[in-house]
Write a protein that binds this ligand. Structure first.
Ligand SMILES: Nc1ncnc2c1ncn2[C@@H]1O[C@H](C[S@+](CC[C@H]([NH3+])C(=O)[O-])CC(=O)[O-])[C@@H](O)[C@H]1O
Ligand SMILES: O=C(O)C(=O)Cc1ccccc1
Length: 243
């Protein structure tokens, strides 16, 4: 079981930029479940989406895999496709180390290659499914289009990009409503005002969120033929884009 997240519970003299270090690894499942509305629903749906788009003898990528929660869900979805392999990538060493232990605890026919590298360096080729589950939001904004283009280029025809992100509503008034609803969700999950405000300060510089419209335009620009939002809870959404 993951430890309870108390990282921002005490007043900090100055709040440093959020990073995925050992301290975060220890509390990560608790943190993400209590902070991201819909996280478990999105993971539960992944096997279904993966089994719809996986193709035999292709690679499936989990980019920004953290402890491998999405990797496990993807593995369930492609068990019946011969010759599939999952490449799971994260640039946080402590995350990858823990993911190795975690994934090793579950049996499967599908090989998983776990890599510690920056996803902007990952070679995407012969791919049927690429998952970015709450990861693109941490990639510097100026690198996002090239990242999505490389994913598109590496996908086989009919392949899919499954992406979930926190987003900003274009209408500021509506954005305020969604942000308030998210903060209520965090409060209901036991986070204090101090934890909410210090966490907000910690992610401000490292998590620059896009609007849904920016995602849609980027998918279209790089060449995706079809796209839709398939899940939304407050200012968090999951989308799929098909080549
Ligand atoms: N440039 C990068 N290269 C590689 N990894 C990166 C990069 N930037 C950030 N990361 C990694 O992306 C992950 C984001 S968490 C993903 C949850 C997971 N997908 C899940 O379904 O449980 C989401 C969250 O914490 O909100 C972290 O593990 C970072 O180290
Ligand atoms: O906690 C938040 O307020 C978030 O927006 C989500 C999140 C979850 C885990 C790490 C960073 C951000």
């Amino acid at each position: 079981m993951s430890q309870h997240d108390t990282i921002f519970s005490k007043p900090l003299p100055s709040v440093s930029d959020f990073c995925f270090d050992q301290q975060v690894v220890e509390v990560f499942p608790d943190m993400i479940n209590r902070s991201v509305p819909g996280y478990s629903s999105i993971l539960q749906t992944l096997p279904q989406l993966v089994s719809r788009y996986a193709q035999k003898n292709t690679q499936l990528f989990d980019l920004g895999c953290s402890l491998g929660a999405a990797t496990l869900a993807m593995r369930k979805g492609c068990e019946n496709f011969d010759g599939c392999k999952i490449v799971a990538v994260d640039n946080s060493e402590p995350m990858v180390e823990r993911a190795e232990l975690h994934l090793g605890g579950f049996k499967s026919q599908v090989p998983v290659e776990l890599r510690c590298e920056d996803i902007t360096d990952t070679v995407i080729e012969n791919a049927s499914v690429v998952v970015l589950n709450f990861t693109l939001q941490f990639v510097p904004p100026e690198k996002r289009e090239a990242m999505i283009q490389r994913i598109y280029d590496g996908l086989a025809d009919g392949g899919v990009l499954l992406i979930a992100e926190k987003f900003r509503h274009v209408d500021e008034t509506m954005n305020d409503v969604l942000v308030d609803l998210h903060h209520d969700f965090k409060r209901a999950n036991g986070y204090s005002e101090l934890e909410i405000s210090q966490k907000r300060a910690a992610i401000e510089n490292v998590m620059k969120i896009d609007t849904l419209e920016a995602h849609e335009q980027r998918f279209q620009k790089v060449g995706f033929k079809h796209q839709t939002v398939w899940f939304q809870c407050f200012n968090f959404a999951a989308m799929l884009a098909v080549k």
